[in-house]
Write a protein that binds this ligand. Structure first.
Ligand code: XIL
Length: 334
């Protein structure tokens, strides 16, 4: 009864994790942690375009369906991730655009079909959709990235169109814009300012955008962003729900076997930053979910992505799937 999920439920906050659906049939410990501790799940990859439309016009929702079924069996709500992003789009699509065999108007039609097909497939089963992901630059000032694949080919307005298509296909799902460093994590607040102004503008024009997801990928080499609560409150004041969607706290690794730092201060930094991030969400009424990105350090994306120098140790359970100090800290905070 003192699982993270149960503790969150008492205060109306869903606690989640990102799921690799293969593990649900092959790893009982992984599955027990997921079922026992969490009240919302996100597909780590299974709902991304390259997975759901491996060849043109041929959809495969099998992996995502397995996760949705698992979630229903365990009374978990599902975050859909993600409809419009520059990464993990099918090879047939990018090569068609590059070699000119897919024209811009055809690209728009293909995108509309993708969004409508996927949102319709999961209609009634998705709590929050990450409709659009990672469109803003990390520069100061931050803007919508003109070189983004979608913006370069179809213009900025395509983002609003995708929100409209998603709303039409499933009017009850909460539609989110999702990005990293949009609650002050970059130390400048530039990206937070830009996303706030843009989202508020879209809302004013009647674009159906309900929420802002802050990914929450933190790094112990930087201080905790003290403007996080203020940034979440600013989104709330503009009428948005907010969510922490991909929380992890990476640390330089000097023990590659265990994805583990050995330095005592590094070990303390991780629970501290997780705790501060949860508290930022707890301090904001509009913050409806706190999702961790990865069930354990063995399966986390961090060591595969941040390799030079190697980083890891980013989740709540270690490589042996044992709970870490960060886990107990969140339990106490809840
Ligand atoms: C990552 C997954 O965790 C990896 O398994 C995959 O290889 C690449 O994508 N921001 C996002 C997520 O929005 O979709 C990314 O997930 C991590 C960064």
């Amino acid at each position: 009864k003192d699982s993270l999920g149960a503790l969150g439920s008492r205060i109306g906050l869903r606690i989640g994790n990102a799921v690799n659906d293969d593990k649900l049939t092959t790893d009982a410990t992984y599955t027990a942690i997921l079922a026992g501790q969490f009240t919302t799940v996100t597909a780590e990859n299974a709902m991304k375009w390259e997975v759901v439309e491996p060849s043109r016009g041929v959809n495969d929702f099998a992996a995502a369906d397995r996760l949705v079924t698992f979630a229903a069996a365990h009374r978990q709500l599902v975050r859909g991730h993600t409809l419009l992003w520059h990464n993990q789009i099918p090879g047939w699509l990018t090569s068609g655009v590059t070699d000119g065999s897919i024209s811009r108007s055809e690209l728009r039609t293909i995108l509309k079909r993708h969004v409508t097909t996927e949102v319709t497939h999961f209609k009634g089963k998705i709590w929050q959709w990450d409709v659009a992901n990672e469109f803003f630059t990390d520069s100061t000032p931050s803007t919508i990235n003109p070189n983004d694949f979608w913006v370069a080919n179809l213009g900025e307005g395509i983002i609003a169109d995708v929100f409209r298509w998603a709303r039409a296909a499933d009017p009850r799902a909460l539609l989110f814009y999702n990005d990293y460093n949009i609650a002050g994590e970059d130390g400048t607040n530039a990206k937070a300012d830009a996303v706030h102004a843009w989202a508020k503008g879209l809302k004013r024009q009647g674009v159906p955008i309900d929420g802002i997801g802050d990914q929450g990928h933190l790094d112990t080499q930087y201080p905790f962003p003290t403007t996080m609560t203020a940034n979440l409150r600013r989104y709330e004041a503009a009428g948005f729900k907010v969510a922490i969607t991909e929380a992890d706290v990476r640390t330089f690794v000097d023990n590659a076997t265990d994805q583990n730092p050995t330095d005592a201060l590094a070990l303390m930094a991780q629970p501290y930053e997780f705790s501060q991030m949860l508290k930022a969400c707890l301090a904001v009424r509009a913050c409806i979910s706190f999702t961790v990105w990865g069930v354990n350090d063995r399966d986390s994306w961090i060591p595969g992505f941040f390799t030079d120098p190697l980083q890891g140790y980013a989740t709540l359970h270690d490589v042996h799937l044992q709970p870490k100090p960060a886990f107990t800290t969140l339990q106490q905070d809840l």
